[in-house]
Ligand binder design. Sequence first.
Ligand SMILES: Cc1ncc(C[n+]2csc(CCOP(=O)(O)OP(=O)(O)O)c2C)c(N)n1
Ligand SMILES: [Mg+2]
Length: 598
Amino acid sequence: MSKTGAWLARYALEQIGVRWTFGIPGVHITELYDELNESETITPILVTHELCGAFAADAVSRVADGATIGALALVPAAGLTHAASGIGEARLAGIPVIVLTGGIRRDMPRRYQLHDIDQLALAKELTKAAYRVLRTQDVVPTIFEAARVALSGEPGPVLVELPLDVLLFAGEVGALPTWTAPIPSSFAEPDAIVRAAELLSAAQHPGIFVGWGGRGAADALAQIAERIGAPVATTLQGLASFSHDHRLHAGFGFGRSAVPAARNAFAKCDCLLAVGTRFAEIATGSYGVRVPAQLIHVDINPAVFNANYPAAVTLAGDAKLVVQSLLRQIEPRASKDAGARAHRLSAQIAADKARFQAQWLAHDSAGRVNPARFFGELRSRLPDDAMVVVDDGNHTYLTAELLPIFPGGKLILPTDFNAMGYAVPAAIGAQLVHPDRRTVAIVGDAGFLMTCMEIVTAVRLQLGIIYFVFQDGESAQIAQAQRLLYRRAPCTKVGEINHQALARATGAAWVPIDSDAQSSAAISEAFRLAAQRRPVIVQIAIDYSKMTAFTKGTVSTNFRRFPLMQKARVLGRIARRTLADVRSSVTHQAKQAKAAKA
Ligand SMILES: Cc1ncc(C[n+]2csc(CCOP(=O)(O)OP(=O)(O)O)c2C)c(N)n1
Ligand SMILES: [Mg+2]
């Protein structure tokens, strides 16, 4: 039969189970958009900026649990470079995304065509693999191969360039293949699983650390935790990988940057079971964790083993399968004092969590909104299965430390690539996948400015997403660290924006929260407005005067690692600038007093 590349690409995407593509059409890819427009199962979504399209596609994959995969349909070069940060985010976070781009015509020898750039070279660092299709009959097999690579092992984005002539012109193809999804597998050696079970059962102070890759293993991990009497900490990306209402859930991180419950519960850890984490910088608070020699490391990607911390046992494979095998080996073994330890730990964790919460609530927010009070109000209204989408900044770590996530709940955010601007568009992707689940975004005022115009798309799609914008007037996560180390915070004041006018301009609703007293009623109002399938911008006068455990711990970890001379230089600068600041303030006061007298 004779088919165009665009028809074949649509066929392949339908087979894979793609339900939405994000992007902006351009001349190289209008043929594909025309096909997608005809599809009964795929909806092409127009975005305002391809960066937002990439974040939305990433979010589709993150919340879909394998039911569908996020996809992009981009014009060559400019569409791809605009989408690059979102693709990079998916790459470092291990999120499958199908990136389809148009390409310059390969059937004519002209140079300097529109959008002519070597996209495969550009995609090299951003994707797991990149393909260019030169023949019509290769369209379906190549897209299937791309999807297989995207979904297997540690998932990731994959690019397929479809040159204009391939999309546009019909060519002969034979019988079309049908798609079969890759099956999760475990490569862990049975002996290694036994060894891991022995170590964990014999440990005096075992601990469990769960990342994004461990989310499918949560039930088996909860049973292991009880069986061996171990506290459970998560990474930032893996915040929702273990229920926060489990009595052994300790918190985010376990080292110097962790919340007190996790820091204390892991203080004597002598055997660590790490699942689906690669001990990256954020997960470890800039490597401020003490990892015991008896590390049992489970991951789908063997390249992460021994990269940052040497492992006593490595178990490669799908986390759910490996952890279930491990549980079967642990069950018959007697774990000494495990019951008593679990009991003691759970009491200590509960007390530490309560004290942490009380300290936050007691903090004087000087008339502004206390973060713990806000998150308490929000949590009390969120259903357990709500989806929380977070951006990158101080609000990220406040969310991680103050908003518990319960079974069935989702929390997605940028981590290792760490691109601000994620939350507004990612919430759109998440809400599309689960239209009946409450979706809320927590976003800083600077990050919000990067992508807030995408709310236009949320309005058009009638998505009742609530955007909680933490308005502190600056890029706090950076400014706080600058003030600690430099006593100055250049380039962190955020451009002023009238959120009410922005809401009007985009068609969203607007609700302000200026003080704790307004929180409860304002959040109720936001939920009421969102129920009318309309996005809501909630502008919050948040108080950032109390630092998160993460920021305090991480700044301290980094500083401790400075060579002695560098420490002296930095401390000297702080001292000089502090003195100069005191002097200038004294002079200023004296001048004012003089002026007042005169
Ligand atoms: C694309 C990008 N640019 C810059 C940064 C550096 N950065 C990390 S957090 C942050 C501050 C974010 O400010 P805001 O969105 O207001 O959140 P807040 O920290 O105030 O909660 C900055 C600038 C980044 N991570 N990503
Ligand atoms: Mg801010």
